[in-house]
Design a protein around this ligand. Structure first.
Ligand code: HSE
Length: 436
């Protein structure tokens, strides 16, 4: 049923976890404000949830609580399906079923949107409805709508930022509380920032999913996970963060998407040392921030809470309100079905400055051997600093000039062969973002 015969829009929420419950609460608590702004009542009709203990969260007795997806799909009165289950299964098939049943879909699911954006937008188009995913990137930050509406005339040349609250919280606490990664991770889990299984966050995968979505909206390109060189923060130690600070730098896990001069694109997710005066260096704890560089706007930055029930719930409700303004018509601004396949440049082929930390045997001739290897790989050094003694080894910090990333990585392989003179290559971190 496409036509809303009244000023009511009926909603089903799939999954009443943290975010689903946040959506339910905002729709209830802000019902009068929403009606005033949209002219519509946005009414939760059905909640799909396997965990029956969550039924107590539903305060309105008129809401149907079910664990059967057919109660949503086969209900012609439901106009909008909100998917807040997370993960690929069964979220993806449920979203497909909802679109086929001509229901608008709003989702926070970065995994599903990043993997199936093309299939889902085409399915929506074929059935005269649409799919919205503001909450899938940056929680409460309205980055998707800003890219589509505010920056509609812009040719965007790069988009980069901090897209994961958990890892930014961990990096902040390592620095401010002088603790190591594993200790801070436990603290983040007990505070509810990090998931029980934080693998997606700390490995950079969550950030990579979000970068794929930003790439689709900002550049209209179809990026696959295999196009992104991604790494996480598991290897970042207090020592690296401390030395970065001494050098006037700060380590942030950055998603970077860039249109290169030859009109190819490069995408990466990795820890980067940024100058302390860069606006992204000031982003602390679980906050996210996204930097956009466009031909006319030059630079813009959006900042806000990237996770949590209320910010993410608010982004979802904003999508439902967007649907309601033109329902049952699609909002033309949202109709983007043409994500182009484009040529990618492997970020490893680009030039960057690097920070390197090594543990070496404290004896004559070691540095000569190391610098010889760098020379053979055309790597020019800007600083070599001998730090404290660690585990009876000399700790060496090296900063390079701009060098080709593959050359840097190849030289690391050679350094590792110098064992036992080189005991350990502890870290290799890119410095700055102007160079990608
Ligand atoms: N786990 C994510 C984060 C939130 O820490 O940013 C949802 O995308």
């Amino acid at each position: 049923m496409r036509m809303a015969k009244t000023n009511n829009l009926y909603i089903a929420i799939l999954g009443l976890g943290t975010v689903g419950n946040g959506v339910y609460k905002i729709l209830n608590d802000n019902a009068a404000l929403i009606k005033k702004r949209t002219g519509k009542n946005l009414i939760v009709k059905t909640v799909l949830e396997k965990d029956l203990s969550r039924k107590k969260l539903i305060t309105n007795k008129n809401v149907q609580f079910t664990s059967d997806i057919n109660a949503v799909i086969n209900d012609p009165a439901i106009n909008v399906v909100v998917e807040t289950m997370g993960g690929e299964n069964p979220a993806y098939p449920f979203i497909c079923q909802a679109l086929k049943a001509k229901k608008f879909v709003v989702t926070a699911n970065k995994e599903v949107v990043s993997k199936y954006k093309k299939e889902l937008t085409n399915l929506a188009k074929d059935h005269g409805v649409d799919i919205y995913y503001e909450a899938s990137v940056g929680g409460g930050i309205p980055i998707i709508r800003t890219l589509k509406a505010g920056f509609a005339p812009e040719k965007i040349n790069s988009i980069y930022g901090i897209l994961n609250g958990t890892t930014n919280f961990i990096l902040t606490k390592i620095e401010e509380e002088q603790k190591e990664f594993t200790e801070v991770l436990k603290e983040a889990q007990s505070l509810g920032f990090a998931e029980k299984n934080p693998t997606m966050d700390v490995t950079g995968l969550d950030t990579a999913f979000k970068l794929i979505i930003l790439a689709a909206v900002a550049f209209k390109v179809d990026v696959k996970l295999t196009d992104i060189a991604y790494e996480g923060i598991q290897k970042i130690s207090l020592r690296d963060i401390t030395y970065a600070k001494e050098l006037g730098l700060k380590i942030k896990l950055l998603a970077i998407g860039k249109r290169l001069k030859n009109n190819t694109f490069a995408f990466s997710v990795q820890p980067v040392m940024l100058p302390q005066e860069h606006p992204l260096s000031a982003v602390r704890n679980e906050f996210n921030a996204i930097f956009i560089v466009g031909e006319n706007i030059n630079e813009a930055m959006l900042y806000g809470k990237g996770a949590g029930a209320a910010p993410t719930g608010s982004a979802i409700v904003s999508d439902i309100m967007d649907i309601s303004y033109t329902y049952p018509q699609n909002n033309i601004r949202n109709l983007e079905y043409d994500f182009k396949s484009v040529k990618m440049t492997n970020p490893a082929e680009l030039y960057a400055k690097f920070y390197l930390r090594l543990l070496v045997k404290d004896t004559y001739g070691v540095l000569e051997k190391i610098t010889n290897i760098f020379g053979q790989h055309k790597i020019s050094l800007s600083k070599v600093i001998q730090k404290d003694e660690v585990k009876k080894y000399a700790e060496i910090v090296i900063m390079t000039h701009k060098v080709k990333e593959t050359n840097m990585k190849n030289s690391i392989k050679e350094l590792q062969k110098l064992t036992p003179l080189v005991h350990e290559v502890c870290s290799l971190i890119k410095v700055g973002i102007d160079n990608l």
